[in-house]
Ligand binder design. Structure first.
Ligand code: GLC
Length: 658
């Protein structure tokens, strides 16, 4: 078994450094000769300085991956050429951004960063339409915009664009690559960083590489994982779990035209790429750097857990997957230091954290927080959430969580069994309870959602649903019950209040800020009906958004409530650091944490119960509140001498004297 990346790596090893320096000394003149007609001497000097800094890491990870290949140096030269070519193609404005970010490398940790995600077509029809909607994003305070996959992909079912047929072409219906480049500039001029997916685990079966592979071309066959018979697929599958069991059992499909078994972790039209082949890594590096050169400032690395496979393992989260990303990250630092990588690893929380590192993914989704906030909302208790945050919220100080409530995907119950056991529940039974709760089956539930990849035999599954519907708004409106409606709105605000005050980059799924509900129309669409995730991917309702300034309406209450948290987060200095410390509130319904930065501090208290909950005066004083303080969300005065009662689902931010 190859060494795990969390064991100390030999990056300080003088021998590796010596070999890296020696390789660079030998290869750089050859690469320079290949591109000499494009070089300006001063710029070349600056580039070689960056190479000297980051090439040792690039070398190290490539060496760990491919050092045993007899032609390692040949591949290294090709990769260095790809990197150099990408640097030569980087335009002036982006070079300026690189220089800026090199002076402020932790720019993504500022509390001014607010994330939002949307599908271009569902939000604004196309890229031109999106440009028109920039004022809306600015009004909300967005500074980080994740546009869901927008590349050329197969007609019809294409996994919401996650089956990419070309990394260099935008889906015709949305616009062109030139428009995307212009949009990235426009967004940047409004203080918004463009975030785009880099779907690097697989391509669609219509990608030209896959087409050539299917036509029998050996080079392109080497880009994928193809097998003439079941011997190796069987050997792999003995220790693997199914990822998309509704689509196909196992991880392989048989292609008659090629007479080959193809590795397809997700849908059968998404062919897994073969990173065991250094040529493929070189090609994908080229695609990634191309995207960075379009002005993409955050590359969302999709499905990173699956990048490397080995017989006898579950082929998830293997060291090779980390090394592939680290090699890419080093190349990105050389070509486009303005850009960073965000990991999408929806796996065990301990594994999620392993991708978060200065040399790997500087940002990461926080699926554990997401799942456990839904858990707290269902159970009305916060102990599991509290304990998990205490244990795992801290990540390397130059990295950042991306905290979210809903995204385009299902909710998987990706928390640790140990944490659930510690609170006295059986983990599998608890997951089934949550699935039943959020699919509206559990008695007394407020939620409306749909099952995703449900196993009817075991009841195991995941959940689809829009934030507002899962928070009870859909049911409350059906019942026409004002109290339930009020509670649903409070739940939406509570969930957003937590991600907006906890630290990390808060990421809003656009539509949630105006409390959009589940959209069941996908059930009539044969291409989508088998994928319940479409229930929470509604077309953005601009008429509803018109009500956002009127707090007598539900969209208005939610939008204005969110704005309050957003402004508070941007303006109070206590939020401008990653310093979050969980506190014991003495009441299991209440989650509490301090945020602090320098001399500034606040105490956040959040009630996950549908009843008022109390925190004792004694406890408040232990938490440092000795006099009257004002809740910076609603303006109420709190007398620390007395006990404090939080209304159902209320979140308070109290100034804390240091
Ligand atoms: C990621 C995406 C998901 C997609 C999968 C395969 O998990 O978020 O939507 O189905 O990768 O690309």
């Amino acid at each position: 078994m190859i060494q795990h990346p969390t064991t100390p790596l030999p990056d300080a090893d003088p021998e590796i450094r010596r070999r890296a320096a020696e390789s660079l000394r030998r290869l750089l003149p050859r690469v320079e000769a290949r591109v000499h007609d494009q070089i300006e001497p001063e710029a070349w000097d600056a580039f070689t300085r960056r190479l000297e800094e980051h090439f040792p890491k690039l070398f190290l990870y490539l060496h760990l991956l491919y050092g045993s290949h007899y032609d390692f140096l040949f591949h290294l030269e090709d990769i260095l050429t790809t990197v150099t070519q990408a640097w030569l193609e980087r335009d002036g404005e982006l070079q300026a951004l690189d220089a800026l970010r090199e002076t402020d490398p932790r720019w993504y940790q500022s509390s001014r960063i607010l994330g939002a995600a949307c599908y271009v077509d569902l939000f604004a029809d196309d890229l031109a339409g999106l440009r028109e909607r920039i004022p809306y994003l600015v009004e909300l305070g967005v500074t980080y915009l994740h546009l869901m996959p927008l590349f050329r992909s197969p007609e019809g079912d294409n996994d919401g664009g996650y089956a990419v047929s070309s990394y260099r072409e935008v889906d015709e219906a949305l616009g062109t690559m030139a428009q995307l480049r212009e949009l990235s500039t426009q967004l940047r001029h409004h203080g918004i960083s463009l975030v785009v997916d880099f779907v690097l685990n697989h391509t669609s079966d219509e990608h030209p590489w896959a087409r050539r592979a299917a036509a029998g071309d050996p080079e392109h066959q080497g880009y994928y994982r193809l097998f003439p018979d079941r011997e190796l697929p069987d050997a792999y599958e003995r220790s693997m779990a199914d990822v998309f069991p509704d689509d196909h059992a196992g991880s392989f499909i048989y292609r008659n035209d090629m007479g080959r078994w193809v590795w397809t972790t997700f849908h059968n039209y998404q062919w897994d790429l073969n990173y065991q082949n250094p040529k493929l890594l070189d090609r994908m590096l080229g695609e990634m750097l191309f995207l960075a050169n379009q002005g993409v400032e955050v590359l969302r690395f999709d499905a990173v857990a699956f990048l490397w496979k080995e017989i006898g393992t579950d082929s998830q989260n293997l060291p090779g997957a980390h090394w592939v990303i680290r090699a890419m990250s080093a190349a990105l630092k050389i070509v486009a230091p303005a850009s960073v990588i965000k990991s999408e690893a929806i796996v065990h929380p301990d594994e999620v954290r392993r991708y978060i590192h200065h040399d790997e993914c500087q940002l990461s989704y926080n699926p554990e927080l997401m799942a456990l906030m839904w858990d707290s909302l269902a159970t009305r208790k916060t102990a599991v959430l509290h304990n998990a945050l205490e244990r795992r919220l801290t990540i390397p100080e130059d990295c950042q969580w991306v905290n979210y409530i809903r995204c385009h995907d299902d909710i998987g119950w990706a928390f640790s069994n140990t944490d659930i056991l510690a609170s006295g529940f059986d983990p599998d039974e608890h997951r089934r309870f949550l699935t039943r709760f959020y699919t509206g089956i559990h008695p007394g539930t407020f939620a409306r959602g749909l099952p995703f990849q449900l196993n009817p035999a075991t009841g195991d599954g995941r959940v689809s649903g829009a934030c507002a519907s899962l928070c009870g708004l859909e049911r409350a409106l059906e019942l026409d019950d004002p109290k339930e409606i009020d509670h649903a709105v409070r739940r939406i605000l509570l969930m957003h209040g937590v991600i907006l005050t906890l630290g990390g980059i808060p990421l809003i799924y656009l539509g949630d800020e105006i409390a959009m509900l589940n959209d069941y129309s996908f059930q009539q669409d044969p291409e989508r009906s088998s994928d319940s995730r479409w229930v929470h991917r509604p077309r953005f309702d601009w008429d509803r958004a018109e009500q956002r300034h009127d707090t007598d309406t539900i969209p208005g209450r939610v939008f204005q409530g969110l704005l309050r948290f957003i402004q508070l987060r941007k303006q109070h200095p206590a939020f401008n650091s990653s310093n979050t410390q969980l506190v014991e509130t003495g009441n299991d319904h209440l989650l509490g944490y301090f945020r602090s930065h320098g001399e500034h501090g606040v105490l956040v208290l959040a009630n996950f119960d549908d009843h008022p909950q109390e925190i004792e005066g004694r406890r408040l004083r232990t938490l440092g509140l000795r006099k009257t303080v004002i809740d910076m969300v609603d303006g109420d005065a709190i007398f620390a001498a007395q006990s404090l009662t939080l209304e159902p689902y209320r979140l308070m931010v109290l100034a804390r004297p240091q």
